[in-house]
Write a protein that binds this ligand. Structure first.
Ligand SMILES: [Zn+2]
Length: 302
């Protein structure tokens, strides 16, 4: 069974699923210090409207919230948005790549114990582990995060989504560490592989037996994403590809009038309106949406 913030479901109940999105992203220290930093009464209606739009227009059933604890994940907020929108939400635990005081002081074994305990709380809805390695690669603190996530995976079996920097191919070294520590490639999803506008990185990851997330898709880059997706499908990797936009429903702009690049939920329609039809038109004869958004996600969680 798969944990969601509103209860357990079977893989067959996932339906169309976006593998990596966010309800909020913010700094937990600002959230903690300033109760009005990202107020729930403003966030909930915005997020609910966006999820309802995706459900009604594109039959989205499940939204995997990739926000780790160090980017302000709020399980109660996710539950409220899920209940009001009718879209199932799977929460994540784990880390972004920024160093944090606790992670520098506390050993991975201790951090892992706390994360395992929160996963086991009924209705927390955590069924994805998050880790991140950015342009700088495996820094000492990123290594501690990876070791922690591997310990949690070894006890829970939960899949791991890894934010990576495609230009520097940083997912390769990080995936080796996860594998050394016991996370099998088939439970590892390497993200943001298409950002460098090249197939090479995605292919190297796929050839290791991991899955990839073709994400951050928008109107400007969709032609490149179509080309990349087509080439990977042509080479027989259709069972290990996921898609998403990496959209953030609300972040620090809500109160602070900061304009953000991906604030527009209608632009997420590019996945259904351009990516899938454009890829199919090049010569793919199966239902790409069904394969990558439904069957592949169900297989990852089985
Ligand atoms: Zn993200």
């Amino acid at each position: 069974m798969i944990r969601t913030v509103t209860g357990k479901i079977t893989p067959g109940e996932l339906g169309r699923t976006l593998i990596h999105e966010h309800i909020i992203c913010t700094s937990p220290d600002f959230q903690f210090a300033f109760p009005n930093w990202l107020p729930r009464e403003k966030v909930v209606p915005i997020a609910v409207a966006k999820l309802r739009y995706l459900a009604e227009k594109f039959q989205l059933r499940t939204f995997i919230d990739a926000t780790p604890i160090s980017l302000g994940r709020d399980l109660g907020l996710l539950r409220e948005v899920s209940e009001k929108s009718g879209v199932q939400i799977i929460a994540s635990s784990g880390f972004y790549f920024y160093p944090c005081f606790t992670a520098i002081c506390v050993p991975p074994e201790t951090m892992a114990r706390f994360i395992i305990d929160e996963i086991n709380v009924e209705n927390n809805g955590i069924h994805m582990l998050k880790c991140a390695v950015d342009a700088e690669g495996v820094t000492p603190v990123v290594r501690r995060y990876l070791e922690t996530i591997a310990l949690v995976h070894n006890e829970t079996g939960l899949p791991v989504y890894m934010h990576t920097h495609s230009g520097n191919k940083t997912g390769l070294a990080a995936q080796e560490i996860l594998a050394e520590k016991g996370v099998p490639p088939e439970k590892t999803v390497v993200g943001h592989v298409a950002d460098c506008n090249s197939c090479d990185y995605a292919l190297e990851i796929l050839q290791r037996g991991c899955s990839i997330s073709v994400d951050r898709i928008n109107h400007k880059n969709v032609r490149n994403r179509i080309e990349l997706l087509y080439r990977l499908l042509q080479q027989g990797f259709e069972k290990r590809i996921f898609v998403s936009c990496d959209h953030v429903c609300c972040w620090d702009n809500v109160m602070n009038q900061i304009s953000v690049p991906n604030d527009d939920v209608e632009s997420m329609g590019v996945i259904w309106q351009e990516l899938f039809p454009g890829t199919a038109a090049k010569g793919i004869d199966f239902d790409i949406a069904e394969r990558v958004m439904v069957q592949n996600v169900a297989a990852l969680f089985e």
